[in-house]
Design a protein around this ligand. Structure first.
Ligand code: ZN
Length: 289
């Protein structure tokens, strides 16, 4: 597939050279929703109706711990190193996990990641592995050839540029620089970057996937014609930082499972069935997206 020119994409500022700060980009400067009050109300109503999704509870705990540490000690390098060592998943683990999750189910990508980690003792062995062996280790996640090539490419570039297989340095960079760094790697698009920021770097960011896009459109939080990238820029400007993580996890899970809000009528096995759905009162339009 032909690669899009990087300069046309607000998520991929040209590098090196002068960059337009991503944070100042706002595709809909005259569109006032969502207000902080709307964000608060939807977060509270979803929390009361659905509870916080267990799938993201662990990330929420780590996030609270990390924010607390940053606030109270602004740790020295030694303390920081100790803190990193206690983490049982690294930023690189998170990025590879997200790469494997593209175009497949959560169950299959989780199996592929576990298989990868149990087949190879470390990233050096992944990079040095024969392609067929690596592809076979991640085959249950689908698109094995493409994903194996992307993982190897990222590991090779990391070793050449940084001298080790680690992305922990991203913790010390501002959001815009993290975006520029991760966007260098093939297969890492805006949604993956936003997920790394939110889940692995504990930053305040608000990824927009199909569920979040559909549900925010139905509440009139973004214009009807907004695509994911523009919705991402707009919502990240409008949603208060302290609400982004909870609201994103709640909207994603609700949008996937609620029989009223889901495009497919929700997951019939694990679905949430509300009478009425807590978001009905916020819905201003019906969207097919
Ligand atoms: Zn609903």
């Amino acid at each position: 597939m032909k690669k899009r020119p990087q300069t046309s994409n607000p998520f991929h500022p040209p590098s090196p050279g002068p960059r337009i700060p991503v944070r100042i980009l706002e595709p809909y400067p005259d569109f006032s929703n969502p207000t902080p009050e709307q964000c608060n109300a939807v977060r509270d109503d979803l929390l009361a109706a659905d509870g916080f999704p267990t799938q993201f509870a662990d990330h929420r705990r780590k996030r609270a711990m990390r924010k607390n540490q940053t606030r109270t000690i602004r740790s020295s390098d030694d303390e920081r190193g100790e803190c990193e060592n206690k983490r049982n998943d690294t930023v690189l683990d998170g990025v590879v996990n997200l790469l494997l999750s593209q175009n497949t189910t959560e169950t299959n990508s989780a199996r592929a990641f576990l298989s990868l980690k149990s087949t190879f003792p470390d990233w050096e062995n992944v990079l040095g592995a024969e392609n067929q062996i690596l592809e076979s280790a991640i085959r249950c996640g689908g698109l094995a050839k493409t994903k194996a090539a992307r993982i190897k490419c990222m590991l090779k570039e990391l070793m050449e540029r940084r001298g080790d297989f680690s992305l922990e340095y991203l913790h010390d960079l501002p959001i815009d620089e993290v975006k520029a760094e991760l966007s260098r790697f093939k297969g890492i698009g805006p949604k993956t970057v936003a997920c790394v920021l939110m889940f692995n770097l504990q930053q305040d960011d608000f990824p927009v996937d199909t569920h979040v896009l559909r549900i925010t459109k139905s509440m009139g939080w973004v214009p009807e014609k907004a695509d994911r990238e523009k919705a991402y820029l707009h919502l990240n400007r409008k949603i208060p930082d302290e609400l982004k993580f909870d609201l994103n996890c709640l909207l994603f899970t609700h949008g996937k499972l609620c029989q009223s809000c889901s495009k497919k009528g929700g997951d019939q096995l694990t679905g949430i069935s509300h009478a009425p759905c807590p978001l009905t009162k916020y819905r201003t339009r019906t969207t097919k997206n």
